[in-house]
Design a protein. Sequence first.
Length: 203
Amino acid sequence: MPDNALQYIAQTLGLSWASGINLYAAILVMGVSHNAGIVELPPGIDYLSNPLVLLVAGAMYVVEFFADKIPVVDTAWDAMHTFIRIPAAAFMAYGAAEAMGPEMQVVLALIGGGFGTLSHATKAGSRVVINASPEPFSNIGVSTLEDVAVFGGLWLAVAHPFVFLCLLGIFVLFVIWLIPKIWKGIKKVFGFLRKIFYKKPNT
C-alpha cells in the first residue's frame, strides 16, 4: 500500500461518488487537474487525463448540462445512465487501487460501486419527485447545486482527504435517512399518474 494511501482512497471514493452524480464532470475535473499538475492520478486511471478522453467527456458534459435541467428529460437521462455511471464508478475505483494490490482493488471497486450507486440513486430518485412540480426552476437549481457539489467534493477529496472521508460518512447516513422519503414521494408521483392515465373499464 502506498504511503499516501489516505489520499488515494479519498480521491478514489470521491471520484466514485461524483461519478454517480455527473460522470463527465468528474472525469473532466480529475483529468484536467492531473494535466495542470494539481493532482497526481494513480497510474491505473491516468488515462482520464488523455486529451481524447477529455474531449469526449467535455462534449458529453455539455449535453448533460442542458439535459439535466429539463423536466422529464433529466429523469430519462438518469435512467439511461444507471447502466453507465455505476459500472464506471466501480471500474475507475478498481483501476485507482492498482498500486494497493489485487485485494484492495476488489475491495475499493465494491465500495466505489456502492458509493456510485448511492449518489446516483439519490439523484435520480430526487429528480422524479422534483419533476412533479409544474415549474422548471427547481430542476435548474438542483442541477446547478449538483454540479457545484461535484466540483467542490472532488476539490475537497484532493486538498483535504480526511475531511472529505468524514463528510462522505455523513453523506451515507443522510442517504439512509433520505431514501425512504424519496421512495414515498416517488410512489405518490406514480400513484397520481396512474389515476390520470388509467381508467377503470365500465362494468
